[in-house]
Ligand binder design. Sequence first.
Ligand code: ADP
Length: 387
Amino acid sequence: MKQPIRSSQTATRIAFVVIIAFVVAQVTWWLVFQRRIVHELTEATLSGWQRDAEFATLLLQHDPELARRVIAQYPHLRLEPNKVSIDAAMLEAFTARQHSRLRMLTFEGPFFVLVVIVSLLIIASSLRTERELKRRQQNFLSAITHEFKTPMSTLRLLIETALYRPMPLEKQRSYLARMERELARLEQTSEQVLASARLEQAESGPRLEAVELNTLVQGVIGRLRAGLEARGATLSVVYSPDPLWVSLDTAAFHVVMNNLLDNAVKYSPGTDKPVRVKLMRRDHLVMIHVEDEGIGVPESERHRIFEQFYRIGSEMTRASHGVGLGLYLVKTIVEAMNGWVKCEPNREAGRGTRFTVVFPERQGSAAWSTDAAPAEVQRGGYENPGH
Ligand code: ADP
């Protein structure tokens, strides 16, 4: 599919160059032609006036009365004691008018070319956007087909093998575990596609309620920890010693954390996959960092990864499952909850990525009860990996 897109791009480029060259040539020719006409008109008028003056002078010598009556009809002629000449003021006004006509033409031509070029640039930019959208939709379609078909083929294969012959209990368990992983993958893909469609159709924003983030994150991590650790993650969480009151939709926040943590594990190669979550407050802002020590995101891609269906063209991204919706969901959801998200290198570890989600602190919330906080939160503490 890439080849037709590239050749249509080249054809568009050639068409634009031809149009611009044609317009420039036409306008240049039109300018030269118009200038020539103006010059010819000026010369014809001036020599006509000159002839009128000579004729009136002759007439003046033979019939002064008739000459005076004729001169009265021609405002460009002026009577002098013994001759008739061209009126200097009329001459000046006429030449000024011709010059201003020439100036107008000199501006009009290039202005027209400029308008054509700007219009072509606008068309080119909208064509580029459309092409990029098409490319991403194609990527999305092939990714989604792959994401649905691969686990289903694996499931079919596992079921067929299991049906084909009886197998020991140990083997059955291992088959079931693999099936469970494939089903989780199917679930994750459908969840992302549905969440994205819901976001696009949603008329009302998320339902925000006052929540204490340390407690909420502890609940989310509690639900996700086993799955992440089964994939090789070493998960640690640093809670804030302060209560972190924010306005959130808890279900939507779950989608955010799930995607960030899933990516942190997915894009960490090797068997050792340290993932750290940190919560803190700074100047009425509440922050959640999700850090990994994986392949990292090149600086040039840091904004683009939040676009819908965008996936970095690296080997590891191609090899890992995904449809390019996770970070788009994260950004859209976080912004709908009045926050923002950013991506930067994990400087502390010297490799990997750090995603930071920021929410404004909720003002005037009820005093946070330390009794309600998890034990680690009360210590302002560090939750050991694996606990
Ligand atoms: P998906 O993971 O389905 O491809 P996402 O929207 O979640 O889609 O991420 C977009 C792209 O950003 C990914 O394809 C990947 O290349 C890059 N990316 C996301 N998270 C990370 C991370 N933690 N480390 C390195 N690259 C990442």
